[in-house]
Write a protein that binds this ligand. Structure first.
Ligand code: FMN
Length: 336
Protein backbone atom coordinates (compact mmCIF):
# COMPACT_ATOMS: atom_id res chain seq x y z
CA UNK A 1 0.00 0.00 0.00
CA UNK A 2 1.35 3.44 -0.92
CA UNK A 3 0.91 5.67 2.14
CA UNK A 4 3.37 8.34 0.99
CA UNK A 5 2.23 11.91 1.13
CA UNK A 6 3.40 15.49 1.53
CA UNK A 7 2.94 17.83 4.46
CA UNK A 8 3.74 21.54 4.03
CA UNK A 9 6.06 20.59 1.20
CA UNK A 10 7.87 17.84 3.12
CA UNK A 11 7.81 14.38 1.58
CA UNK A 12 6.56 11.88 4.20
CA UNK A 13 6.45 8.09 3.94
CA UNK A 14 2.97 8.14 5.49
CA UNK A 15 0.52 10.64 7.02
CA UNK A 16 0.89 9.56 10.67
CA UNK A 17 2.85 12.13 12.69
CA UNK A 18 3.91 11.84 16.33
CA UNK A 19 2.73 15.12 17.82
CA UNK A 20 4.56 17.02 20.55
CA UNK A 21 4.70 14.99 23.75
CA UNK A 22 7.21 13.69 26.31
CA UNK A 23 7.88 10.75 23.96
CA UNK A 24 10.19 13.03 21.98
CA UNK A 25 12.17 14.31 24.96
CA UNK A 26 15.15 12.09 24.15
CA UNK A 27 16.93 10.99 20.99
CA UNK A 28 16.07 7.41 21.90
CA UNK A 29 12.39 8.38 22.15
CA UNK A 30 12.48 10.00 18.71
CA UNK A 31 14.25 6.94 17.31
CA UNK A 32 11.57 4.61 18.74
CA UNK A 33 8.87 6.70 17.09
CA UNK A 34 10.69 6.64 13.75
CA UNK A 35 11.37 2.89 14.04
CA UNK A 36 7.67 2.34 14.69
CA UNK A 37 7.02 3.93 11.29
CA UNK A 38 5.69 7.45 11.84
CA UNK A 39 6.03 9.82 8.90
CA UNK A 40 7.46 12.67 11.00
CA UNK A 41 8.06 13.62 14.61
CA UNK A 42 7.16 16.92 16.26
CA UNK A 43 9.46 17.48 19.22
CA UNK A 44 7.97 18.45 22.58
CA UNK A 45 7.75 22.25 22.88
CA UNK A 46 10.29 24.75 23.97
CA UNK A 47 8.20 26.92 26.30
CA UNK A 48 8.50 30.69 26.40
CA UNK A 49 8.01 30.69 30.20
CA UNK A 50 10.86 28.21 30.63
CA UNK A 51 13.18 30.41 28.56
CA UNK A 52 12.21 33.54 30.45
CA UNK A 53 12.65 31.89 33.85
CA UNK A 54 16.05 30.51 32.98
CA UNK A 55 17.16 33.83 31.46
CA UNK A 56 16.09 35.61 34.66
CA UNK A 57 17.86 33.04 36.85
CA UNK A 58 21.04 33.33 34.80
CA UNK A 59 20.95 37.12 34.95
CA UNK A 60 20.51 37.00 38.75
CA UNK A 61 23.35 34.51 39.17
CA UNK A 62 25.62 36.50 36.88
CA UNK A 63 24.88 39.62 38.90
CA UNK A 64 25.64 37.88 42.20
CA UNK A 65 28.78 36.30 40.74
CA UNK A 66 30.16 39.58 39.42
CA UNK A 67 29.82 41.10 42.85
CA UNK A 68 31.76 38.32 44.53
CA UNK A 69 34.50 37.37 42.05
CA UNK A 70 35.13 38.20 38.43
CA UNK A 71 36.04 34.68 37.26
CA UNK A 72 32.52 33.59 38.09
CA UNK A 73 31.43 35.08 34.81
CA UNK A 74 33.27 32.30 33.06
CA UNK A 75 30.75 29.88 34.54
CA UNK A 76 28.03 31.57 32.62
CA UNK A 77 27.16 30.89 29.06
CA UNK A 78 28.76 33.07 26.43
CA UNK A 79 26.08 32.83 23.76
CA UNK A 80 22.46 33.90 23.74
CA UNK A 81 21.43 30.29 23.19
CA UNK A 82 23.12 29.18 26.36
CA UNK A 83 21.94 32.10 28.41
CA UNK A 84 18.28 31.42 28.00
CA UNK A 85 18.18 27.68 28.41
CA UNK A 86 17.34 26.77 24.83
CA UNK A 87 20.66 24.98 24.37
CA UNK A 88 19.55 21.51 25.61
CA UNK A 89 16.53 21.70 23.33
CA UNK A 90 18.57 22.72 20.31
CA UNK A 91 21.10 20.02 21.06
CA UNK A 92 18.33 17.39 21.23
CA UNK A 93 16.88 18.69 17.98
CA UNK A 94 20.24 18.50 16.24
CA UNK A 95 20.97 14.97 17.46
CA UNK A 96 17.44 13.73 16.74
CA UNK A 97 17.45 15.18 13.22
CA UNK A 98 20.62 13.27 12.37
CA UNK A 99 19.54 10.08 14.17
CA UNK A 100 16.39 9.42 12.13
CA UNK A 101 15.49 9.53 8.47
CA UNK A 102 12.09 11.17 8.93
CA UNK A 103 11.56 14.93 9.29
CA UNK A 104 11.91 16.25 12.83
CA UNK A 105 9.81 19.33 13.47
CA UNK A 106 10.71 21.78 16.23
CA UNK A 107 7.98 23.25 18.41
CA UNK A 108 7.77 26.60 20.17
CA UNK A 109 5.05 27.28 22.71
CA UNK A 110 4.42 30.86 23.74
CA UNK A 111 2.17 33.87 23.70
CA UNK A 112 4.19 37.03 23.11
CA UNK A 113 5.51 38.05 19.67
CA UNK A 114 9.06 38.77 20.87
CA UNK A 115 11.76 36.14 20.83
CA UNK A 116 10.08 33.70 18.49
CA UNK A 117 12.09 34.71 15.45
CA UNK A 118 15.47 34.03 17.11
CA UNK A 119 14.39 30.63 18.36
CA UNK A 120 12.86 29.78 15.02
CA UNK A 121 16.14 30.56 13.30
CA UNK A 122 18.11 28.62 15.91
CA UNK A 123 15.87 25.58 15.36
CA UNK A 124 16.37 25.82 11.63
CA UNK A 125 20.15 25.95 12.12
CA UNK A 126 19.91 22.92 14.43
CA UNK A 127 18.38 20.86 11.62
CA UNK A 128 14.62 21.18 12.09
CA UNK A 129 12.72 20.27 8.93
CA UNK A 130 10.01 22.73 9.94
CA UNK A 131 8.71 24.54 12.98
CA UNK A 132 5.35 24.31 14.71
CA UNK A 133 4.24 27.43 16.60
CA UNK A 134 1.94 26.52 19.43
CA UNK A 135 0.28 29.82 20.25
CA UNK A 136 -1.32 28.92 23.58
CA UNK A 137 -2.83 32.26 24.34
CA UNK A 138 -5.74 32.13 26.78
CA UNK A 139 -6.76 35.76 27.23
CA UNK A 140 -7.64 35.74 30.92
CA UNK A 141 -7.97 39.53 30.94
CA UNK A 142 -11.60 40.21 29.96
CA UNK A 143 -10.63 43.58 28.47
CA UNK A 144 -8.58 42.08 25.64
CA UNK A 145 -10.57 42.20 22.43
CA UNK A 146 -11.01 39.27 20.10
CA UNK A 147 -9.35 41.24 17.31
CA UNK A 148 -6.25 41.78 19.49
CA UNK A 149 -6.02 38.08 20.21
CA UNK A 150 -6.28 37.28 16.52
CA UNK A 151 -3.71 39.91 15.58
CA UNK A 152 -1.26 38.45 18.09
CA UNK A 153 -1.45 35.13 16.25
CA UNK A 154 -0.77 36.81 12.93
CA UNK A 155 2.11 38.85 14.41
CA UNK A 156 3.82 35.78 15.88
CA UNK A 157 3.49 33.93 12.60
CA UNK A 158 4.73 36.88 10.53
CA UNK A 159 7.85 37.33 12.67
CA UNK A 160 8.85 33.71 12.42
CA UNK A 161 7.86 33.44 8.76
CA UNK A 162 10.17 36.37 7.96
CA UNK A 163 13.05 34.87 9.94
CA UNK A 164 13.19 31.32 8.57
CA UNK A 165 13.13 29.60 5.22
CA UNK A 166 11.76 26.28 6.49
CA UNK A 167 8.00 25.58 6.57
CA UNK A 168 6.07 27.09 9.48
CA UNK A 169 2.98 25.47 11.00
CA UNK A 170 0.62 27.13 13.47
CA UNK A 171 -1.07 25.02 16.12
CA UNK A 172 -4.10 27.01 17.15
CA UNK A 173 -6.99 26.84 19.52
CA UNK A 174 -10.60 26.30 18.45
CA UNK A 175 -11.73 29.20 20.65
CA UNK A 176 -12.28 32.09 18.24
CA UNK A 177 -15.52 33.85 17.36
CA UNK A 178 -14.85 32.76 13.81
CA UNK A 179 -12.31 29.97 13.78
CA UNK A 180 -12.60 29.73 10.01
CA UNK A 181 -11.68 33.38 9.47
CA UNK A 182 -8.70 33.00 11.83
CA UNK A 183 -7.57 30.04 9.74
CA UNK A 184 -7.92 32.08 6.54
CA UNK A 185 -5.94 34.98 8.04
CA UNK A 186 -3.11 32.67 9.11
CA UNK A 187 -3.19 31.08 5.68
CA UNK A 188 -2.89 34.49 4.04
CA UNK A 189 -0.10 35.48 6.46
CA UNK A 190 1.98 32.57 5.16
CA UNK A 191 1.30 29.59 7.44
CA UNK A 192 2.44 26.44 5.65
CA UNK A 193 0.23 24.30 7.85
CA UNK A 194 -2.59 24.70 10.35
CA UNK A 195 -2.59 22.19 13.19
CA UNK A 196 -6.11 21.78 14.52
CA UNK A 197 -6.32 22.06 17.52
CA UNK A 198 -4.46 22.79 20.70
CA UNK A 199 -5.87 20.80 23.59
CA UNK A 200 -5.85 22.77 26.80
CA UNK A 201 -5.23 21.13 30.12
CA UNK A 202 -7.90 22.87 32.15
CA UNK A 203 -7.61 22.84 35.94
CA UNK A 204 -10.32 21.22 38.03
CA UNK A 205 -11.71 22.01 41.49
CA UNK A 206 -11.51 19.46 44.29
CA UNK A 207 -14.64 20.00 46.37
CA UNK A 208 -13.23 17.92 49.27
CA UNK A 209 -9.93 19.71 49.70
CA UNK A 210 -11.45 23.04 48.56
CA UNK A 211 -8.56 23.57 46.16
CA UNK A 212 -7.85 24.04 42.49
CA UNK A 213 -6.03 21.03 41.08
CA UNK A 214 -4.13 20.79 37.81
CA UNK A 215 -6.19 18.30 35.84
CA UNK A 216 -4.49 16.20 33.24
CA UNK A 217 -5.99 13.47 31.13
CA UNK A 218 -5.25 11.81 27.83
CA UNK A 219 -7.77 12.44 25.06
CA UNK A 220 -10.76 10.31 24.04
CA UNK A 221 -11.90 9.64 20.44
CA UNK A 222 -15.08 11.71 20.86
CA UNK A 223 -12.86 14.80 21.14
CA UNK A 224 -11.81 14.28 17.52
CA UNK A 225 -15.18 15.56 16.30
CA UNK A 226 -14.34 19.24 16.72
CA UNK A 227 -11.07 19.23 14.75
CA UNK A 228 -12.60 16.83 12.22
CA UNK A 229 -15.51 19.20 11.60
CA UNK A 230 -13.15 22.11 11.04
CA UNK A 231 -10.86 20.13 8.78
CA UNK A 232 -13.87 19.08 6.71
CA UNK A 233 -14.90 22.74 6.48
CA UNK A 234 -11.45 24.12 5.65
CA UNK A 235 -10.42 21.43 3.15
CA UNK A 236 -10.02 23.03 -0.28
CA UNK A 237 -10.50 26.51 1.20
CA UNK A 238 -6.95 27.15 2.40
CA UNK A 239 -3.57 26.81 0.71
CA UNK A 240 -1.91 25.61 3.94
CA UNK A 241 -1.66 21.91 4.77
CA UNK A 242 -4.12 20.70 7.40
CA UNK A 243 -2.89 18.61 10.33
CA UNK A 244 -5.36 16.90 12.63
CA UNK A 245 -4.61 16.51 16.30
CA UNK A 246 -6.77 15.18 19.12
CA UNK A 247 -8.62 11.97 19.70
CA UNK A 248 -6.81 9.37 17.59
CA UNK A 249 -7.05 6.00 19.31
CA UNK A 250 -7.52 3.55 16.43
CA UNK A 251 -6.66 3.33 12.75
CA UNK A 252 -10.32 4.13 12.02
CA UNK A 253 -9.75 7.51 13.71
CA UNK A 254 -6.80 8.12 11.38
CA UNK A 255 -8.94 7.16 8.37
CA UNK A 256 -11.77 9.46 9.46
CA UNK A 257 -9.44 12.48 9.67
CA UNK A 258 -8.10 11.71 6.18
CA UNK A 259 -11.62 11.36 4.81
CA UNK A 260 -12.42 14.77 6.31
CA UNK A 261 -9.43 16.25 4.47
CA UNK A 262 -6.40 16.15 6.78
CA UNK A 263 -2.99 16.08 5.09
CA UNK A 264 -1.50 14.42 8.15
CA UNK A 265 -2.93 12.94 11.33
CA UNK A 266 -1.08 13.49 14.57
CA UNK A 267 -1.19 11.38 17.69
CA UNK A 268 0.11 11.76 21.24
CA UNK A 269 -2.35 10.22 23.74
CA UNK A 270 -2.57 6.86 21.97
CA UNK A 271 1.23 6.57 21.80
CA UNK A 272 1.53 7.54 25.46
CA UNK A 273 -1.17 5.02 26.39
CA UNK A 274 0.17 2.07 24.37
CA UNK A 275 3.80 2.98 23.72
CA UNK A 276 5.53 4.42 20.62
CA UNK A 277 5.41 1.02 18.88
CA UNK A 278 1.63 1.42 18.67
CA UNK A 279 2.26 3.63 15.62
CA UNK A 280 2.88 0.40 13.68
CA UNK A 281 -0.56 -0.89 14.71
CA UNK A 282 -2.19 2.34 13.52
CA UNK A 283 -0.35 2.23 10.19
CA UNK A 284 -1.06 -1.46 9.57
CA UNK A 285 -4.72 -0.84 10.38
CA UNK A 286 -4.81 2.10 7.97
CA UNK A 287 -3.31 -0.01 5.16
CA UNK A 288 -5.78 -2.82 5.81
CA UNK A 289 -8.72 -0.44 5.81
CA UNK A 290 -7.56 1.20 2.56
CA UNK A 291 -7.18 -2.22 0.94
CA UNK A 292 -10.64 -3.26 2.11
CA UNK A 293 -12.10 -0.11 0.52
CA UNK A 294 -9.95 -0.51 -2.60
CA UNK A 295 -8.01 2.71 -2.13
CA UNK A 296 -4.44 2.53 -3.33
CA UNK A 297 -3.13 5.99 -2.33
CA UNK A 298 -3.73 8.42 0.50
CA UNK A 299 -4.70 11.08 -2.06
CA UNK A 300 -7.72 9.00 -3.05
CA UNK A 301 -8.95 9.01 0.54
CA UNK A 302 -8.18 12.59 1.45
CA UNK A 303 -11.13 14.95 1.60
CA UNK A 304 -13.63 12.42 0.25
CA UNK A 305 -16.05 13.41 3.01
CA UNK A 306 -15.05 17.08 3.31
CA UNK A 307 -17.73 19.74 3.05
CA UNK A 308 -18.11 20.07 -0.73
CA UNK A 309 -16.88 23.23 -2.44
CA UNK A 310 -19.59 25.77 -3.31
CA UNK A 311 -21.59 24.75 -0.26
CA UNK A 312 -23.18 27.21 2.12
CA UNK A 313 -21.04 26.07 5.07
CA UNK A 314 -23.33 27.54 7.73
CA UNK A 315 -26.40 25.88 6.24
CA UNK A 316 -24.42 22.63 5.94
CA UNK A 317 -23.49 22.65 9.63
CA UNK A 318 -26.97 23.72 10.61
CA UNK A 319 -28.46 20.85 8.56
CA UNK A 320 -26.21 18.38 10.41
CA UNK A 321 -27.25 19.85 13.74
CA UNK A 322 -30.95 19.78 12.91
CA UNK A 323 -30.59 16.22 11.59
CA UNK A 324 -28.91 15.13 14.82
CA UNK A 325 -31.69 16.70 16.88
CA UNK A 326 -34.31 14.97 14.75
CA UNK A 327 -32.60 11.63 15.44
CA UNK A 328 -32.57 12.37 19.16
CA UNK A 329 -36.26 13.25 19.13
CA UNK A 330 -37.03 9.96 17.38
CA UNK A 331 -35.94 8.17 20.51
CA UNK A 332 -32.46 7.40 19.18
CA UNK A 333 -31.05 7.71 22.70
CA UNK A 334 -33.73 5.53 24.31
CA UNK A 335 -37.32 5.95 25.48
CA UNK A 336 -36.62 8.19 28.55
C1 FMN B 1 1.68 14.64 28.15
C2 FMN B 1 1.46 15.56 26.99
C3 FMN B 1 2.41 16.53 26.70
C4 FMN B 1 2.22 17.39 25.62
N1 FMN B 1 3.17 18.33 25.33
C5 FMN B 1 2.98 19.16 24.29
C6 FMN B 1 3.96 20.12 23.94
O1 FMN B 1 5.04 20.19 24.53
N2 FMN B 1 3.68 20.96 22.91
C7 FMN B 1 2.52 20.88 22.18
O2 FMN B 1 2.33 21.65 21.24
N3 FMN B 1 1.59 19.95 22.48
C8 FMN B 1 1.78 19.11 23.50
N4 FMN B 1 0.84 18.18 23.79
C9 FMN B 1 -0.38 18.13 22.98
C10 FMN B 1 -0.28 17.03 21.91
O3 FMN B 1 0.75 17.30 21.00
C11 FMN B 1 -1.60 16.88 21.16
O4 FMN B 1 -1.84 18.03 20.37
C12 FMN B 1 -2.81 16.69 22.08
O5 FMN B 1 -2.49 15.79 23.12
C13 FMN B 1 -4.00 16.12 21.31
O6 FMN B 1 -3.65 14.95 20.62
P1 FMN B 1 -3.98 13.47 21.19
O7 FMN B 1 -5.44 13.38 21.35
O8 FMN B 1 -3.43 12.54 20.16
O9 FMN B 1 -3.27 13.37 22.51
C14 FMN B 1 1.03 17.29 24.84
C15 FMN B 1 0.11 16.29 25.14
C16 FMN B 1 0.31 15.43 26.17
C17 FMN B 1 -0.71 14.37 26.43
Amino acid sequence: MDLSTTYMGLALRNPLVASASPLSKTVDGVRRLADAGVGAVVLYSLFEEQLRREAADNARLAEAGTESFAESLSYFPASAEEEDGSRPYLSLLERAATAVDVPVIGSLNGVTPSGWADYGRAMQDAGAAAIELNISYLPGDPHISGRDVEQRHVDVLTRVRDAVSMPVAVKLSPHFSSTGEMALRLDEAGADALVLFNRFLQPDIDADSLSVVPEFSLSRPAEARLPRTWIALLYGRVRASLAATTGVETSADVAKFLLAGADVVMTASALLRHGPEYATVLLDGLSEWMASKEFSTVDEVRGMLAVPADTDETAYERAGYVGALREANRGFYGPW
